[in-house]
Design a protein. Structure first.
Length: 135
């Protein structure tokens, strides 16, 4: 998914994309297990929608959404608090000299898509798009 955030002149390198994908898979597996001591994260089901790494691979920005639940500010705060633990777990699966520092953000794209979908199914919008009979 494109976010509209600039990532350099030519976009991310193949190495950045590959490392981001490995981080994505590692975090998805961690979130699937869900064995967190933090009460704000215990039992939560999360979906990683995208990971972007910096050109030097020292930082990774991770967009997440709660699976089947409403977003809440405390969730990203809890994830950023648990980031050092998550970083250590991700580092075990990466073949890099340094594990990237993880920053978590709520991904607004699924919420925006649901809002647009609801608008398109609104009878008033449908009437405007399809046109009134007799016009």
């Amino acid at each position: 998914m494109k976010r509209g955030r600039g990532s350099g002149a030519g976009g991310p390198s193949q190495r950045q994309l590959r490392v981001a994908e490995e981080i994505h898979h590692a975090l998805a597996a961690l979130f699937e297990r869900g064995d967190f001591r933090d009460p704000a994260l215990a039992g939560r089901r999360l979906t990683v929608t995208e990971v972007r790494t910096s050109p030097d691979l020292r930082h990774a920005l991770v967009w997440v959404v709660p699976f089947g639940q409403a977003p809440e500010e405390g969730l990203t705060r809890a994830l950023n608090h648990a980031a050092p633990f998550l970083r250590s777990q991700v580092a075990k699966g990466l073949r890099l000299k340094f594990a990237p520092e993880l920053k978590f953000r709520h991904d607004p794209v699924p919420d925006e898509a649901a809002h647009i979908e609801a608008l398109l199914h609104d009878p008033r919008v449908r009437r405007d798009v399809e046109g009134e009979p007799g016009q």
